[in-house]
Structure formats: structure tokens, C-alpha cells
Design a protein around this ligand. Structure first.
Ligand SMILES: [Zn+2]
Length: 348
């Protein structure tokens, strides 16, 4: 993996519309006080923020891009420039303490004499206190400061914050773009790259995080379990559920942003399995299948299920994901889910 970060617009994967909106504003010198970048994690929001910081501060800008060579560009590339700050949530939220630190830094002019760019990742996780404090900053921002708020769920932000930002929407990336990137930049073989790209649901960051863990091996185990559900006895299924609910996330939670390998991920894998079955049951095209490497098994099982059984199974998995997010008892949620899925698969 490369240690350096993307700092050129042209190196950001996809997101042509977002790039066009931002570059037009920059080239005309119409820089807003704040941007709100909305979209799922891992689609290039922070990279675009970094490219803006490089563009605004580069000493040898050429053809509407940062040069990528000067000291400023190098510092931004290594995440080590005094006028670029990337704020990440602490625990599961952005705290008021972090907002105060932003406010403190904005009392001074940018160090380089150019532009200060502050990126707040997962800004939609701000606590109420933090959001109220932040609103004051947005009301009277000092000149030559650009705030960039990244949010998966912009509706979770205060409307008064949203109305003071210029919104730019980021879309999920095409699977082919992600697969090409994994092949070209990380050296992942073609078939695996395509599986990861489909399973990432358009998030390059998630695809990379999955590639760096034992996600694919775990997924095989989980899919095997999904295939066994109709034939296992209830008590066997409860054992499986218990075992799965005790699994630890690999890498000591190194990738909490994408929940790789956790229980939510397992339920996500199961849900994709049923979505594939539903697609094939309705004679959908193979190229829309997520689990491309299990196409044979999927086709076998798709013939056996009735449509309603598949819809109901998806609803059960959706409910289970919500229950886990609400921090309900993991073992209970999983046991119930497995048993209901088995019941729904009766006759299969
Ligand atoms: Zn430069």
C-alpha cells in the first residue's frame, strides 16, 4: 500500500460531477466558506478535500492542478501540512472538545499565508453540543478558511448547518472502476478484485479495507453457513449462531469505519446472498450478482426458493442489522435470525 495520499483532482477515482463543481468554483475564485460532501464512506470525499487544499496552497500550480512536486504538495501528500487538518470522530462521535480545537486554530491566519482547509470526517456524528458550537463557527468564519464536512447521512446534521454549506453529492463508484484500481494499484488478481469491488457496494475505501483483512476467507465460511441453514437442525443452528456472535473483528478494529469482519458485516454478507438469490429468482442478469464467485451455487438455490420466502428473509436480515446497531444482545439477535431464516427456507 502507498503511504502517500491523493492530492490531484485527476487521481481521484470517478466522481466527475463533484470534481467539476468544485474545480469550476476554484478556477473562478468563488470559494465558499464551507462545503458539505455527502456520500457513503470510501468514495473520495477526503481525497477531494485534500486536492482542494493542495490546489489552494501549491506554489507552482499548473493547468488547474497542484504541481505535486513542491514542498507544500509533499507535505499535504504526507498529511503533514500546518494548514490542512483532518478531524476524525473520537469513539463514535465528533466531540465538542474537537470543535473547540478547530475554533482555536481558526483564530490565527493560515501559517503559509494561503488557505487553511479543515476537513471534518463523519461530521454527521457530531454530538448536539458539538453541533451547536460548530454552528457559531459557520456563522462567522474568518477569511481564508475553508471548512469541509463529510457526511454519510446529511439529514442527521442540524438544518442550520446544512443551509450554510454548499452541498456536493458523491455517488457510489462503479464496480469496474474499483476492480481496475485494486488490480492496478494494489496488485490484487482480477477475479478477487471483481468480487471485492461488487461486495464493497461502490466504496473504494471499503474494498481496500476488505482486501487487507481475512474478509474473503470469513465470507466463505459465512456463505457456507447460509447454504446450510435449510438443512441444519434448530439446535445445530443455535450453536452456529453462538459461534458467529462471538467472533472477533480481525485486526483489533483497525478499520472501524467500514466494520470489516464484524457482526454487521456478516449480516451484510448474508443479506447480499439473499439479494443475489432474489435477483436470479426473478431472472435478473448475472452481471448484477454480488457474489460472482458463487454463481453456480446461487443458481442452484434460487430455483428452490419462492419469491416471498426471499423477501421475508431479507426483511429478517434487515431487522437483525438494525437490532445490532441498537446494541441488542448479539447472541439472541443471531439465534433468532438463524431460526427464522430456517423456518422461511422450509420446503427448500
Ligand atoms: Zn505544488
Amino acid at each position: 500500500m502507498k503511504e502517500t495520499q491523493i492530492i490531484k483532482f485527476s487521481n481521484i477515482l470517478g466522481q466527475e460531477k463533484a470534481k467539476r463543481i468544485v474545480r469550476q468554483a476554484l478556477s473562478k475564485g468563488r470559494i465558499p466558506h464551507a462545503y458539505l460532501f455527502s456520500g457513503i464512506p470510501g468514495v473520495g470525499k477526503t481525497s477531494l478535500g485534500r486536492a482542494i487544499a493542495a490546489y489552494l496552497n501549491c506554489k507552482n500550480r499548473e493547468q488547474n492542478e497542484a504541481c505535486g512536486q513542491c514542498r507544500t504538495c509533499n507535505q499535504i501528500e504526507r498529511n503533514n501540512h500546518p494548514d490542512l487538518t483532518v478531524i476524525q470522530s473520537e469513539g463514535d462521535s465528533i466531540k465538542i472538545k474537537q470543535v473547540r480545537e478547530i475554533q482555536e486554530s481558526m483564530r490565527f491566519a493560515p501559517f503559509s499565508g494561503q488557505f487553511r482547509v479543515i476537513i471534518i470526517d463523519q461530521a454527521d456524528t457530531m454530538t448536539e453540543e458539538a453541533a451547536n458550537a460548530f454552528l457559531k463557527t459557520l456563522e462567522e468564519p474568518p477569511p481564508r478558511n475553508l471548512l469541509i464536512l463529510n457526511a454519510t447521512e446529511p439529514d442527521n446534521l442540524l438544518p442550520t448547518i446544512v443551509s450554510r454549506c454548499q452541498r456536493v453529492a458523491f455517488v457510489p463508484l462503479e464496480a469496474n472502476l474499483i476492480a481496475d484500481y485494486l488490480l492496478r494499484e494494489i496488485g490484487i488478481e482480477e477475479k478477487t478484485a471483481l468480487v471485492l469491488a461488487r461486495l464493497s457496494e461502490g466504496s473504494l475505501g471499503k474494498a481496500i479495507a476488505m482486501a487487507q483483512t481475512d474478509f474473503l476467507e470469513r465470507r466463505e465460511k459465512w456463505l457456507q453457513c447460509a447454504m446450510n441453514i435449510p438443512t441444519l437442525r434448530p439446535e445445530q443452528l443455535i450453536d452456529v449462531a453462538l459461534e458467529l456472535s462471538n467472533e472477533k473483528t480481525p485486526g483489533g478494529n483497525a478499520t472501524p469505519k467500514y466494520e470489516i469482519g464484524g457482526l454487521l458485516d456478516l449480516l451484510g454478507v448474508m443479506a447480499m446472498w439473499y439479494r443475489d438469490l432474489l435477483l436470479l429468482r426473478q431472472a435478473g442478469p448475472d452481471y448484477l450478482v454480488f457474489n460472482v464467485d458463487f454463481l453456480g451455487q446461487l443458481k442452484y438455490f434460487a430455483r428452490k426458493f419462492k419469491l416471498l420466502q426471499l423477501y421475508e428473509s431479507l426483511l429478517v436480515l434487515d431487522q437483525a442489522q438494525r437490532d445490532i446497531r441498537m446494541r441488542r444482545n448479539k447472541a439472541l439477535v443471531l439465534e433468532r435470525t438463524m431460526l427464522v431464516l430456517r423456518q422461511l427456507a422450509s420446503g427448500v
